[in-house]
Design a protein around this ligand. Structure first.
Ligand SMILES: [Zn+2]
Length: 216
C-alpha cells in the first residue's frame, strides 16, 4: 500500500513535465495554428516550413495543394494538445509566434517536410538543432516525388528525352518560393530546387503561384 502511494507521489511530481502542453484551438492553414497559450489565444507560425497557400486574402494565391496541406495539418493537429519548442528565444513575425510544434513526441515541422507538404524553408535562416533532419526529410520527399515535389506528368518524367522537350516549352517551379516561371525568366535561378511542369494548370494544381515578372 505504501509502495502504491510512493508511486502516486512520483507520478504527481512528474506531471509538470507534461503540463506544458497547449491546446490547439484552430488549424488556420498548413503552417499556421491558433493555440491556447498562457490563457490567451496565440497564433503560431511553424518555423522552417512554408506550405502552399489556402486562406490567403488574395484568392488567386490559394491552391488545391494548399488546401490539401491544410487538411493534413488539420488531421494531425486539430483538437490535439501539443508542445512548442522555440528557436533560442521566441521570435515574432507579423504578430505571430514562431515555433516548432511537437505532437505525440514528433516534430511536426519536420514531418511536413518529410511528407512533401513544404520545402525546408530557410529564407529566415537555417535551423541549427534540426538542420540535418530537415535536409534528410526534404531529400526523402523529393526522392519519392511527394506532393509539392510531384512532377506534373510522371509518365514523361521517366523518360529523359521527353522531359527535355517539356523543359524547353514547360514551366519551372521553385520549391523554395513556391513560384513558377516561364523558361528563360531571369528571376528563375535555382538548379537544385526545381520541379518541371508541362503546363500552367499543372503548376497551379501543385500549389505554385505565377511569377509576377514573367507572368507564366
Ligand atoms: Zn519569372
Amino acid at each position: 500500500m505504501k509502495k502504491a502511494l510512493i508511486i502516486l507521489i512520483i507520478l504527481l511530481l512528474a506531471l509538470p513535465c507534461f503540463a506544458d502542453q497547449y491546446k490547439v484551438l484552430k488549424v488556420v492553414d498548413g503552417d499556421t495554428i491558433d493555440i491556447l497559450y498562457m490563457g490567451t489565444k496565440e497564433r503560431i507560425r511553424l518555423l522552417n516550413v512554408n506550405t502552399p497557400e489556402s486562406v490567403h486574402l488574395d484568392q488567386s494565391r490559394n491552391t488545391l495543394m494548399g488546401k490539401k496541406a491544410s487538411a493534413y495539418t488539420k488531421k494531425r493537429l486539430d483538437n490535439k494538445s501539443v508542445d512548442l519548442e522555440f528557436d533560442s528565444k521566441p521570435r515574432r513575425r507579423y504578430g505571430r509566434l514562431l515555433a516548432y510544434v511537437i505532437v505525440d513526441g514528433v516534430n511536426f515541422n519536420i514531418e511536413l517536410v518529410r511528407r512533401g507538404w513544404s520545402p525546408y524553408y530557410t529564407k529566415y535562416g537555417i535551423n541549427k538543432k534540426y538542420h540535418a533532419q530537415f535536409v534528410a526529410a526534404e531529400q526523402n520527399a523529393k526522392a519519392q516525388g511527394l506532393n509539392i515535389w510531384a512532377v506534373a506528368n510522371s509518365k514523361s518524367a521517366n523518360s529523359p528525352a521527353i522531359t527535355k522537350t517539356i523543359t524547353a516549352k514547360g514551366y519551372s517551379g521553385n520549391v523554395k518560393s513556391l513560384k513558377f516561371h516561364r523558361s528563360g525568366c531571369k528571376y528563375y535561378n535555382c538548379s537544385k530546387c526545381t520541379v518541371k511542369f508541362e503546363n500552367r494548370r499543372a503548376a497551379i494544381h501543385a500549389g505554385y503561384v505565377p511569377c509576377e515578372v514573367c507572368k507564366p
